[in-house]
Structure formats: C-alpha cells, structure tokens
Design a protein around this ligand. Structure first.
Ligand SMILES: C[S@@+](CC[C@H](N)C(=O)[O-])C[C@H]1O[C@@H](n2cnc3c(N)ncnc32)[C@H](O)[C@@H]1O
Ligand SMILES: C[S@@+](CC[C@H](N)C(=O)[O-])C[C@H]1O[C@@H](n2cnc3c(N)ncnc32)[C@H](O)[C@@H]1O
Ligand code: SF4
Length: 463
C-alpha cells in the first residue's frame, strides 16, 4: 500500500520533511453516487463535482539541472506551435470528459514553462474560457526560471492572463547554482523577483532548496534571511532529494560531492520554519509558507482532495467521469514523452496513458495523506464529505499507536478534527504508516460487507 501511495504521489512537491508527498484526489462521491456538496462561506454551497483546477505541463528545459528527474526534455527542434495546438486540444478533450462547468485555478508547471511563448499561455486560457467558466479572479500561476529571457517575458505573460509567478530561485549562492546546473545567477533571480512583484504584488512565490552540497545550518539560515528581505508573500521549501539517474546522484556516489547528513537537514528544516515565522510567514503546509494569506489556491485544491485536470506530457489528474449508472473516480496520467504525447493528442484528442479507478479506501488514503500535510489538518466536516459512514474519532480514536502520537503531542484530535502539532508536522512521514493501517483496518471490513451485500467487487485498473 505504501509503495503505491509513494509512487502515485511522487510527482508533486518534494517534501521538506520527507513526509509522504503531495498528490491529490478528486472526487466527490458519497459512495452512493450522490454529489459532494461543500459549504464555502465566501460563495455559499458549491457542487465540487462540477469544479476542478487545471494543471498544464510544459515539458521543455534549456538544460538539465544536476539534481532533477522531473518530466523534462531538451528540445532538438522547435515544436512550440504543435505543442501549443496539442495542449489546447487535450484541454478541450479532458474538460469535456470531466464535465466540469468551472475551472477554479490554473497552474503552468514544468519543465520550464517560462520558455513557452506568452501566446501559448493565452491560447490555453482562451480554450478554457471558451468551454467553461474561468473567473477573472481565478489564480493563474506560471513557474519561471529566473534567467534574463524569463524575466523579459514576465510582462507579456501577465498580459496573457497570468496573475501569480512561482520563481525557481533555489539558492542565492552563485557557486551552488553552478553545482546544481542552474542557468541563472543569484543576481538575476533577485531582479526577476523584483519585476514579478511589480507586476503581481502579493502573488509571487519563490522555490528555495536546502540540504544542498556543502550547505551548513548557519549558511542556510543567513541565505534564507537574505532571501526573505526581497521576497514577496509566498515561499516553498524544497529539500534536495538525491534522485537515481541524475548527475548529482552519481557525483555523490563517486564521492566527488557530499550532501549534509539527515540530522543536519532536519535541523535546516526546523531552522527555516523558525526563520520564516519570525518574518511573519505562516506555515500552512509541510513545505509551504505564506504571509498576508497569500496561500497557493491551486496547491490547496490538491491537499483538500478537490478535482484537478492534468494536461500535457506526464501531467497527472484526478477527476470524476460521469458514466452509465453513476460516478467513477479516476487517477489519470498522460504520456510522458512529448513527441509521442503530441502524436496521441493529434490522433485521439488526448494523450492519457493510464487511468486508475480509485477504490473508496484508496480515495480515503489520499484524503488522509494530503490533508495531514496542511497545518489545519483534516476538519471533521471535510472528512465527512468523503467518508460519511465513519468519523475521525471512530477511525483513529481507539488505535493504541495513534493514542501514543496523541499523548506525546505530535497529533491532535479534537472537536476541530485531526492535525499535526508543530513538532508532529516534521515527523508526519513516520506517523502516516500507522494512520494508514488504522484507516484500512476500520474501513475494509465495512467495504467487504457492503460489497458482499451488493454482490460486486471493486475494480481499480482501467488502462
Ligand atoms: C520541477 S521544477 C519546475 C520549475 C522550474 N523549471 C524550476 O526549476 O524552478 C519545480 C521545483 O522542483 C524542484 N526540484 C526538482 N528536482 C528536485 C530534487 N531532486 N529535490 C528537490 N527539489 C527538486 C525544483 O528545484 C523546482 O523548485
Ligand atoms: C507544485 S509545483 C510548485 C508550486 C510552487 N512552489 C508554488 O507554490 O506555486 C512543483 C512541480 O510539481 C509538478 N506538478 C504539480 N502539479 C502537477 C500535476 N498535476 N501533474 C504533474 N506534475 C505536477 C510540476 O513539475 C511542478 O513544477
Ligand atoms: S529547470 Fe526545473 S524542470 Fe528543468 S531541469 Fe531544472 S529543476 Fe528540472
């Protein structure tokens, strides 16, 4: 089970605290084919099965950073026009399949989406608006590599409809940037932040990485403090993960480069949390911090288990398909390789490589793993949306192991719901297995009873 969860969620954020990572779920069935209705104080009740966020993957980079194994390619020739056409076409197809009537946020990630033409961004956004409601206020984020070219295009991206920039700063040490294989300097990153803040004040995020070669807790603390002097209201922390197959992995294996030990990295994480707090940032998720409520709505929708559609090579999605006889929930992955993906989109309108129907238990596992990443944790009402048959107290209140986490103050289960304490959030990864085991222990017998009564079995893999 854990292997599956790890595999399914690994695309998203790198965990600052090595917690089981982000992934999402979707879906909104009460198990009887009914609709999931959530009460949102700002907009009243919302039928979440008719809403989704949209992730769009731009798969190209100018070069490979030494540590990165995300789905990215160095293009041999410029196929940007065809890529744009295919992104539009797949957006159309998946919007139709999902039957959503509104898109609540859009995230252009990659790869390096700031290499795309602003007209590509505008074209995809137009495709969305032609088909469904895309509110003018919807968050539209673009990831930006802080190179001079990236910076010079920010204004055009803004006019194309982007209203939030996420800038891959990674480090403010030029020497480290070189070792990481980044194609920008610290000075260029600072200039890009300034320009992005001019265009989208209060809506600029920076990605910064710790656990890097040669880094010490002290150097990290002063680097982060420097960054906090110039950054805007959102920071994402990435703990460097040594990924098999990357250049950095080989360098470390050959002993040419060393990375800080685990206990040092753990101290770096705690140090960053303290420093960010001192600068007025609130931690709202394992790796994410915001000032003045500038949380990322797109990412929140993942952690809250809302539906999302993933378009582009290697993109992931979670959405419900309306099929004969009721609602099914699916995890979708698009074909990884851009040329193959483009052929598929031209031939059949989409490049979906894998669809997995999530069982009720799998859905609840996702809600748990994702929800516990947020500092607010899982509210009773939120849990009830997905699991009306069994509450958080009933599932977790009697387990001896969970009781130990509660008594030691790592977990909190109260009238609000289930969440990690400050100390517990850094240890989430070590607590999740016990929580998942307890969930399965409580839910499986009920499911078996229900299925025996109905005479049906759960199917998971579709293609
Ligand atoms: C996949 S990149 C895409 C955005 C953009 N190309 C960039 O580099 O900022 C998103 C984030 O993932 C981070 N990342 C990629 N590989 C990582 C690794 N092995 N460990 C930690 N963070 C990683 C990047 O540094 C970046 O901040
Ligand atoms: C979640 S984003 C970083 C968010 C950023 N720190 C912010 O707050 O705006 C990091 C990376 O996750 C990956 N990612 C996010 N959503 C995805 C999806 N639905 N499918 C595939 N990859 C996704 C992309 O590679 C993206 O560059
Ligand atoms: S620019 Fe971003 S996506 Fe491209 S290789 Fe570097 S970290 Fe990976």
């Amino acid at each position: 089970m854990f292997h599956r969860i790890r595999k399914m969620i690994r695309y998203a954020f790198r965990p600052a605290a090595r917690a089981l990572l982000s992934r999402d779920l979707c879906f909104l069935s009460d198990g009887t084919g009914g609709k999931l209705i959530e009460f949102d104080p700002s907009s009243g009740s919302a039928d979440l099965s008719r809403q989704a966020s949209l992730y769009v993957h731009w798969p190209y980079c100018l070069r490979r950073c030494t540590y990165c194994n995300f789905n990215k390619y160095i293009p041999r020739e410029n196929r940007d026009d065809l890529m744009t056409e295919c992104l539009q076409r797949e957006t159309e197809t998946l919007l139709q399949l999902s039957q959503v009537s509104s898109i609540t946020s859009v995230f252009f990630g990659g790869g390096t989406p700031s290499l795309a033409q602003p007209s590509t961004i505008a074209a995809v956004l137009n495709t969305v608006s032609r088909q469904v409601k895309l509110s003018e206020k919807a968050e539209v984020t673009l990831e930006v590599n802080p190179t001079p070219v990236g910076m010079s295009k920010l204004e055009d991206f803004y006019h194309a409809g982007v209203n939030r920039f996420s800038i891959g700063v990674q480090s403010l040490q030029d020497e480290d940037l070189k070792l990481l294989g980044r194609d920008h300097s610290a000075h260029q990153a600072l200039q890009t932040i300034e320009e992005a803040r001019r265009l989208c004040p209060g809506r600029v995020s920076v990605d910064v990485m710790f656990g890097r070669p040669k880094q010490t807790v002290e150097s990290w603390e002063s680097e982060l403090s420097e960054l906090l002097k110039v950054c805007d209201d959102h920071v994402s922390l990435y703990q460097l993960t040594l990924e098999r197959g990357t250049q950095l992995f080989k360098q470390v294996q050959r002993g040419e480069v060393t990375v800080p030990a685990d206990d040092v990295t753990a101290e770096m994480y705690q140090c960053a949390r303290r420093t960010l707090q001192q600068h007025g940032f609130q931690q709202y998720e394992v790796s994410n911090f915001a000032r003045h409520s500038a949380v990322s709505h797109h990412n929140m929708s993942y952690w809250k288990g809302r539906q999302y559609i993933g378009v582009g090579p290697g993109a992931h999605g979670r959405f419900a398909l309306l099929e004969e006889g009721g609602v099914t929930r699916e995890a979708r992955t698009q074909t990884l390789e851009p040329d193959v993906w483009m052929c598929e989109v031209q031939q059949r309108g989409h490049g979906t490589r894998r669809r997995i129907k999530l069982s009720h238990l799998e859905l609840l596992e996702e809600v748990l793993v994702m929800g516990m990443r947020m500092t607010e944790g899982i509210h009773h009402k939120h849990w009830e949306l997905f699991c009306p048959e069994l509450g958080l107290y009933e599932i977790f209140g009697t387990s001896i192991e969970v009781q130990e986490f509660l008594q030691s103050g790592k977990l909190i289960l109260d009238t609000r719901g289930l969440r990690c304490s400050w100390e517990g959030l850094a240890l989430l990864d070590s607590m999740l297995p016990a929580l998942l085991v307890e969930l399965e222990r409580q839910i499986s017998p009920r499911l078996q009873k229900d299925y025996a009564a109905d005479g049906k079995t759960e199917k998971t893999s579709i293609m």
